[in-house]
Design a protein around this ligand. Sequence first.
Ligand SMILES: NC(=O)c1ccc[n+]([C@@H]2O[C@H](COP(=O)([O-])OP(=O)(O)OC[C@H]3O[C@@H](n4cnc5c(N)ncnc54)[C@H](OP(=O)(O)O)[C@@H]3O)[C@@H](O)[C@H]2O)c1
Length: 386
Amino acid sequence: MNIFLTGATGLVGGELLVTLSRRSEVDKIYCLLRSQSVIEATERLEKVFDLHEDFFDRNKVIPVLGNLFDDNLTSVLKENEGLNDIDAIIHSAANTSFSRFNDDLVEKANIGGLTKILLWAKDLPHLNTFLYIGTATICGKDVKDRVVHEDESPNLNATHLVKYTYTKMKGELLIREHLKKEQILIARPSIIMGDSRPIIPRSPVILWAMATINHLRLIPVNEHAQLDIIPVNYAAEAIVKLLFANRQYQVYHISAGEAGSTTALKLSKTLEAYFDEMPPFNFISKSLLNQVKHWTKGKLQDNSELYSYREYLDYWKETFEDKSKLRVLFSGLDPYLDFMELGHVFDNARLLEDVDIPNSVPADVYIASSMNFVEKLDILEGAIDP
Ligand SMILES: NC(=O)c1ccc[n+]([C@@H]2O[C@H](COP(=O)([O-])OP(=O)(O)OC[C@H]3O[C@@H](n4cnc5c(N)ncnc54)[C@H](OP(=O)(O)O)[C@@H]3O)[C@@H](O)[C@H]2O)c1
């Protein structure tokens, strides 16, 4: 099998690349990389394998230069005759930013870029499978505190917390416009955080949110809302196995499901056990977030409820000195708190039925082995580059 993979330098794509490269059924993996030269692209691929000391087989893993933003990407791919024998495309590249400042880039990559890939893919002579890495969060923000099933999305009436999930929903519709039904496979991971092995994860992205919450300790979020979180190694294993499985469905959640989900409260217990010198966690109503923001601007009214948590406000003053740092942290955290409040659990019965894989271990359990990595994260740096 010859595979074309996008997003190989990312959290999910990197893990997919390493997992795929170990499979004997896979002959070649062509990786789309936005690099200036083949040498630079090869160096980037080398880094992906070096991170966990995996073997980089240069005969098997081949860089293809290209950027989702290039107007001529479709024709560049069409003209590359070496790609005519592709059997499967895995499209993992995306702009995953939650920041509204990146909305245009998110749309350009996730809708415009995908369209260019599809216009090339639909004419490939041997394409059996187009595996789109979607996201379970396309169900939107009106779905709350319940188990969500695959067939509920894509729903054009869903309302979205961020542009990112909207573009991922549109992406699924685009694929159905361009490809034959039997070519389409959609994997929708839930929230991917860290790695369940005691190794450096490929990206600190969602771990950043957890590390920030760990520093703040007074958190305006419902601590009992369910959180469907999986480690990246589980996501990659499930997705690769899905590619080779006998499948009954077109769309699969790659998720923790009811048995493997966690809560902010459970995660806080894991954090408290390791960072035992910090104040205990205190979860307050999400409605107090505005008061927190006012306080960080020095504009909180005297009789505000937030003052009943004065020991935490003193702790913040002592820890962060400058309130502007707290403003930066809370603005980065904002969309994460919104997602945490939704209480989504993504049903994983289809995955467990068709793929030989156990349920994912709950995040509050597996994340215990990453505490030293969480400790070293620069939370301000992460907030500045959302
Ligand atoms: N992480 C999660 O929690 C999560 C959950 C559900 C679904 N997903 C889905 O999983 C997929 C991968 O996400 P991720 O977390 O791995 O994201 P990521 O770490 O941000 O990686 C994104 C990848 O896309 C590439 N990319 C971005 N813009 C590009 C462009 N203009 N041209 C070419 N390549 C471009 C990046 O390349 P560069 O290295 O050159 O920037 C990188 O390899 C996405 O489709 C996302 O929607 C992720």
